[in-house]
Design a protein around this ligand. Structure first.
Ligand SMILES: Nc1ncnc2c1ncn2[C@@H]1O[C@H](COP(=O)(O)OP(=O)(O)OP(=O)(O)O)[C@@H](O)[C@H]1O
Length: 273
């Protein structure tokens, strides 16, 4: 389904992504982990064509999507939706309009400029919001929602494109543990129920282990691990994160239980922050 062949992105002399190769045979739930600066975001941005690659090929169903231009590139971006850490919603617009923005690539800007959306699109947006458990939020301004709800609106906007691939760049990094769990459950569901390929950059090991079918570990732009969650031992994680023997897994955890038992003060600080 997807094959990366020596995908590389240079910034000056530095390779942010360095000859990355892997194959995904069928739609799965794939996690990419690695410490800050490992190249995870750059890789996803190349896949969505928000950033150009320096060299290499990324074949999706046999076509090199890194070489697409103009209309074909935009069509690919329609099939490959992206979700961001900061949700990227229009805060003052209502929730259903934000979801309808997922049709802009297909319909152009006019409907959004005049606030006119075709009825069938509006009904579809409402149905998606219902499916994600936030139908009653449809008329509210996006900025009035909690972070977890906003991220579900962003997922709904992505689903409006009916994409084959969903890319999620640190989708839960701004959320508290409870909302993080709801958002990860939602992403997992849209893979399980719709059969879409989901690739998520994750900064916590426990999330990758719990939700992913396969985990790719990146370090300094390179793939240093590619396997199943049960192969992701503490030793392997230490290699990926480039940490020494004092590496402590709980430092990369967002689990509610772990945080709760790690010390009430630390937990309270985190929740308050
Ligand atoms: N536009 C840019 N110009 C120059 N260097 C960049 C640019 N974007 C990313 N980099 C560099 O590329 C490397 C990889 O960055 P990237 O954001 O892909 O890592 P990451 O694993 O996603 O980390 P994080 O989780 O902190 O976002 C870093 O060294 C970063 O400084």
């Amino acid at each position: 389904m997807l094959e990366a062949r020596n995908v590389t992105r240079l910034f000056g002399q530095k390779a942010a992504v360095d000859t990355v190769s892997f194959t995904i045979e069928k739609p799965g739930f794939i996690g990419i982990i690695g410490r800050s600066g490992a190249g995870k975001s750059t890789f996803l941005r190349m896949m969505n064509r928000l950033t150009d690659a320096s060299s290499g090929e990324l074949l999706f169903e046999g076509r090199n999507i890194l070489a697409l231009e103009g209309k074909e590139k935009r069509a690919w971006q329609g099939q490959c939706a992206m979700i961001f850490q900061q949700f990227n919603l229009v805060p003052r617009a209502d929730v259903v309009s934000n979801v309808l923005h997922g049709t802009l690539a297909r319909r152009g800007m006019l409907p959004s400029m005049f606030g006119f959306w075709p009825d069938d699109d509006t009904l579809k947006a409402l149905a998606i919001l219902d499916r994600l458990g936030i139908g009653e939020q449809a008329p509210k301004r996006a900025e009035a929602l909690s972070g977890g709800q906003q991220q579900r609106v962003a997922i709904a906007r992505a689903l409006m494109q009916d994409p084959k691939v969903i890319l999620a760049d640190e989708p839960i990094a701004s959320l508290d543990p409870m909302n993080a769990q709801v958002v990860m459950d939602t992403l997992r569901r849209i893979h399980d129920e719709d059969g879409r390929l989901v690739i998520a950059n994750l900064h916590t090991l426990d999330t990758a282990r719990r939700y992913c079918d396969r985990v790719i570990g990146m370090r300094d732009g390179r793939v240093v691990f590619d396997g199943t969650p049960d192969q992701l031992t503490t030793g392997v994680a230490r290699d990926i994160y480039g940490a020494d023997a004092s590496f402590n897994e709980s430092a990369t955890s967002t689990s509610i239980d772990r945080l709760g038992t790690a010390g009430d003060d630390a937990y309270a600080d985190r929740m308050l922050a």
